[in-house]
Design a protein around this ligand. Structure first.
Ligand code: HXC
Ligand code: NAP
Length: 268
């Protein structure tokens, strides 16, 4: 079920918006009438996303850029703003991930994820700033429970996403005076996505166990995340900035439980 808000006449730019959760967000804004720009590395993903978005809603623009390339990110904004004018809503969600124990991770492997998730988010927000509508723009960074819950085999993503949440808070401070709101959404496990496939153990038994760890006893959907993005971008959220909002069925608070149980069993 999707929220109904009117984004006609608004320009929504979703970086990393060609697949998965971020594409779900782009589609939600397109359904509400926004002019939508999506950008990512692979031309094929950009083309597919633009085709689907055109069927769903209003005008669509696609740009091919790797968030690690500062100049390419800048060119993506210039082309989008040339087409639809200043950006009213920016969603920054490009990310990469894999499971790997810290002791086995190469320097390059650690750097790849930090470069995409953290440095890439900085590039996107830094290049966007000149093109954001002032006052009035809403920026939404897509982070993850890894930003505040330490997880095994996720040292790169934990470090990177924690950094992204601090970008959110610092830029909410610096840009608040220009009427720009900056928030983070932290999705829990969202079924049917690349992140879910990569990070969740594959057997039905593992899935049932993981679902059982979510207090609401279900995995999330694309609509769960896009409804929160629509709300955060809307006038109903006009006093929310610098917030890190989990949309995870309560999963992040539950995941501290095993540690607390272990401590209690150890008599601490
Ligand atoms: C160990 C690995 C590895 C793996 C790559 N590397 N995969 N190390 N285990 N499985 C290492 C490589 O060996 C290399 O180091 C370095 O990482 C860079 O790898 P490249 O393949 O050259 O990098 P690149 O082509 O830039 O690709 C980046 C990527 C890739 C992150 C590795 O997976 C990617 O592009 N992913 C985008 C899609 C994605 O992951 N989506 C999921 C997002 S989910 P060496 O030393 O060999 O040179 C998410 C959170 C979900 O973010 C949270 C769920 C709760
Ligand atoms: P996904 O489908 O792989 O989405 C990642 C997007 O980023 C794609 O559009 C990808 O397109 C783009 N991208 C990747 N590297 C890029 C780069 N270097 N430059 C530009 N674009 C790049 O993954 P997802 O699972 O939906 O995750 C989306 C977001 O949600 C991520 O920020 C992730 O950390 C977060 N998240 C996901 C989950 C989950 O359950 N899936 C949970 C918590 C948080 P190209 O390949 O074309 O570049």
């Amino acid at each position: 079920m999707q929220m109904n808000l009117d984004f006609h006449g608004r320009h929504v730019f979703v970086f990393g918006g060609t697949t998965g959760i971020n594409f779900g967000i782009a589609q939600a804004f397109a359904r509400q009438g926004a002019a939508v720009t999506v950008a990512s590395r692979k031309q094929e993903n950009v083309d597919n996303a633009c085709r689907t978005l055109s069927d769903v809603g209003g005008p669509v623009h696609g740009a091919c850029a790797d968030v690690r390339d500062f100049d390419a990110v800048g060119r993506a904004f210039e082309s989008a703003v040339g087409r639809f004018g200043p950006v009213d809503v920016l969603v920054s969600g490009a990310a990469g991930n894999f499971l790997c124990a810290a002791r086995d991770m190469s320097s390059n492997g650690f750097r790849a994820v930090v470069d995409i998730d953290l440095v890439g988010t900085f590039h996107v927000l830094r290049q966007a700033h000149a093109h954001l509508r002032k006052p009035g723009a809403a920026v939404i960074n897509i982070t993850a429970p890894q930003s505040f819950v330490p997880m095994r085999y996720q040292v790169h993503a934990c470090a990177a996403k924690a950094g992204v949440d601090q970008l959110t808070r610092v830029l909410a401070l610096e840009w608040g005076g220009e009427g720009i709101r900056v928030n983070s959404i932290s999705p829990g496990p969202i079924e049917g996505t690349e992140g879910f496939r990569k990070l969740m153990a594959p057997t039905p038994e593992d899935h049932a166990a993981a679902r059982g760890h979510v207090p609401l006893q279900r995995f999330g959907s694309l609509d769960d995340i896009s409804n929160l993005a629509l709300f955060l971008a809307s006038p109903y959220a006009s006093y929310i900035s610098g917030a890190l909002i989990p949309c995870d069925g309560g999963g992040a608070i539950e995941s501290v439980k095993p540690a607390l149980e272990a401590a209690s069993q150890a008599g601490l």
